[in-house]
Write a protein that binds this ligand. Structure first.
Ligand SMILES: [Mg+2]
Length: 270
């Protein structure tokens, strides 16, 4: 995997492109998992528009890097946002390095939040374990997450969580299909993308975001990105939000829809 031409001070990025991974860019069961046109477009948009592109996903960094290999990406993204909130940038050798300032602050805020909310989380854990077939996954780096047995079961769990978490706390969650991760209200795909934009000297006015699932809703917001899109296979809530914000709902599936949406948004841009 190669990095595209690096940006320089004289030739700084002008646009930030943020792509959800699973279901948006990549369909692992298909061959190819990403259409070849997408990579061609990233190359031409780099030379024509000075666009900087990245993956914005619920996957961990390791899972994302493996995903890039499995889907045979010929080029390396300019950034990765992992677990909907951690920022990584490649060094000159293409190794992924965490943005220390953002990631540490993010981790501290989450530790503090989970400590403050331990009673609520304990209550929810008990409810999930007695009332559903879902698994409350406790890993070292993931103190509060749930894996449901079906999407319908997760719908139920989400209703319960919405009723339980108090409006005044900063406790929130990211849902993606049968997976859910508790998180801090201020750290999500949208705010992490804005931070990457800031690091690149850009703002929401220069950002394009595309996604297909619930955990993309935070970045599919006009306050986060001027240009919004979703592929044809996006879930109904995502389509509705993109449409009502004046974004582009593609007719194409996954990466075909992404290519189509970029074409629509950048047709008249220099
Ligand atoms: Mg997705």
């Amino acid at each position: 995997m190669k990095l595209l031409a690096p940006f320089t001070e004289a030739d700084a990025p002008r646009w930030l492109l943020s792509f959800d991974f699973d279901g948006t860019l990549v369909v692992a069961e298909e061959d190819p998992a990403v259409c070849a046109d997408f990579f061609e477009l990233m190359r031409s948009m780099r030379s024509d528009h000075r666009s900087c592109w990245g993956i914005n996903t619920g996957r961990s960094l390791m899972q994302t890097v493996q995903g890039l290999v499995d889907a045979r990406f010929p080029i390396l993204p300019d950034y990765i946002i992992a677990r909907e909130r951690e920022i990584y940038l490649p060094n000159e050798f293409g190794r992924w390095v965490g943005n220390a300032q953002w990631n540490k602050q993010c981790e501290r805020e989450h530790h503090k939040l989970f400590r403050q909310c331990r009673k609520v989380l304990k209550h929810l854990k008990q409810w999930v374990e007695t009332e559903t077939a879902a698994v409350w996954g406790i890993q070292k780096e993931e103190p509060a997450g749930i894996v449901a047995s079906t999407a319908a079961e997760m719908d139920l769990i989400v209703d319960k969580i919405d009723d339980t978490i108090e409006a005044e706390t900063a406790l929130s969650y990211q849902r993606n299909g049968i997976y859910l991760r508790f998180s801090h209200k201020h750290y999500h795909k949208g705010t992490a993308m804005l931070e990457v934009a800031r690091l690149m000297g850009l703002s929401s006015q220069h950002a394009f975001a595309v996604g297909d699932s619930h955990n993309d809703l935070d970045m599919l917001n006009p306050e986060m990105a001027e240009m919004l899109a979703c592929p044809a296979n996006a879930c109904p809530e995502v389509k509705l939000q993109v449409e009502s914000a004046g974004g582009y709902v593609a007719k194409g599936h996954a990466s075909r829809g992404v290519v189509e949406a970029l074409g629509a948004h950048f047709a008249n841009k220099k």
